[in-house]
Design a binder for this molecule. Structure first.
Ligand code: DOR
Length: 406
């Protein structure tokens, strides 16, 4: 936790916009306004750049333990910082899976000791994500905020019911990967399980969060449930909003009609959050058909380029989707520029850059965006007053050059 005075920035969050300075003291936003002074506090000259609350990612795969050739907690956290994120929820499909307390404790300890961002583990619903026996949900609960077999749906209804009951009793969220194997149409496959899980949430009183929605029909189901008092939320990924084509990802990219409907739902405020589903893979695994996009570093530029610059949504609405709403779902005091909130901010430039393999701090370079030009380059990321990324350099990876002067 540090103190930092950021001068001369356009301050934008979900609720408004102003121009001036922002002071973080001991890790918390202390003041905002014009001409702030704070003797002895390091100064970061914003030089007219735009400052937003740092992003919160509800859905990423850091592959640690077990597949550090794809990513580990350290490289994942560097990538997150470069992408403007300061808090990341990481999925349970590691090796071994996060189906017992020791694995969640390992993730938390390694993150606390080494990561430059906050890392929040998700526990598995079933042992080994096999969909049969429940994981040690009670043992996991103190270490995780949600339970998910993400990467697979929990097929058996009696197993899903037992999981919803257990999560409700433990006060945790079921983070639902909706995919019914055996149903060839990916949209129906998603909607069927989303409908079931929303109904189970209604039946058990459990909170439910629907992962990577790719079907507009699922948005309707979530709205239906919300209207009946179900504690339901949903997320959509940058790639399902902005990309079409054959690049392999699960769920598959939308066709144009579905993508436009998802975008309308987003514009109308019917989708709660954007989450990256950052899924790094090696080139060999990608060639063998592994689904996923290494997306935590390109999420903001992709959305800024396709949605904000194209006039689809305002920057403040993007801030709600990437910061305020996910922070509320995760339950962390972040996501707004307001006195008393965590001093977590991101500064970016409305400037173009080309996505190349060298761009990535993530070990995963798997993206359909290689060679493309995007706008909205993250310039600095601040976590609780500590500058963790500045002008292309991240704390820990590139020495101490990221530090501000003053
Ligand atoms: O594309 C995906 N990749 N979707 C998932 O649900 C899992 C993820 C992964 O773990 O690679």
């Amino acid at each position: 936790m540090s103190s930092l005075l950021i001068k001369d920035v356009r301050l934008v969050d979900a609720l408004g916009e102003s121009y001036g300075d922002l002071l973080v003291r001991d890790g918390v936003i202390w003041a905002m306004g014009k001409g702030l002074v704070a003797p002895g506090v390091p100064v970061l000259a914003g030089e007219g750049r735009t400052l937003l609350p740092a992003f919160v990612d509800l859905h990423a795969h850091f592959r640690d333990p077990g597949q550090s050739e794809k990513e580990d907690i350290l490289t994942g956290s560097w990538a997150a910082a470069k992408g403007g994120y300061t808090a990341v929820s990481v999925m349970a499909n590691t090796r071994p899976a996060c189906d017992r307390p020791e694995v969640a404790q390992y993730v938390r300890k390694k993150a606390e000791e080494h990561a430059v961002v906050e890392v929040y583990p998700v526990g598995a619903i079933t042992q080994g994500l096999a969909g049969e026996e429940l994981a040690d949900m009670e043992g996991l609960a103190p270490h995780v905020w949600a339970f998910s077999d993400d990467g697979r749906g929990v097929e058996r209804p009696e197993v899903a019911l037992a999981a919803f009951r257990a999560a409700a009793a433990l006060g945790r969220v079921i983070f639902s990967h909706c995919e019914s194997r055996g149903i060839a149409d990916p949209r129906l496959s998603e909607e069927l399980m989303a409908g079931r899980d929303l109904w189970l949430a209604r039946w058990t009183g459990c909170r439910v969060h629907i992962a990577h929605v790719a079907s507009p029909g699922t948005v309707e189901l979530v709205e239906w449930a919300k209207a009946r008092g179900v504690a339901a939320t949903c997320e959509v990924t940058p790639h399902h909003l902005c990309l079409e084509g054959e690049y392999r990802v699960n769920p598959p990219l939308c066709d144009e009609a579905a993508r436009k409907r998802l975008l309308s739902a987003l514009r109308e405020g019917r989708i709660d959050a954007v989450a990256t589903d950052h899924a790094p893979h090696t080139p060999e695994d990608k060639r063998r058909g592994a689904p996923g996009i290494s997306g935590i570093e390109t999420a903001f530029p992709l959305l800024f380029t396709h949605l904000v610059r194209e006039g689809e949504i305002a920057l403040s609405q993007l801030s709600r989707l990437m910061s305020l709403s996910p922070a509320r779902i995760l339950g962390v005091p972040k996501g707004r520029l307001a006195v008393g909130m965590d001093g977590d901010v991101v500064l970016f430039e409305d400037a173009p850059f080309t996505v190349t393999e060298d761009f990535f701090f993530s070990r995963g370079k798997n993206t359909p965006l290689l060679g493309q030009t995007l706008w909205g380059k993250v310039w600095a990321t601040v976590h609780r007053g500590d500058v963790i990324f500045l002008a292309g350099r991240v704390k820990g990876r590139d020495g101490d050059d990221h530090r501000p002067v003053g």
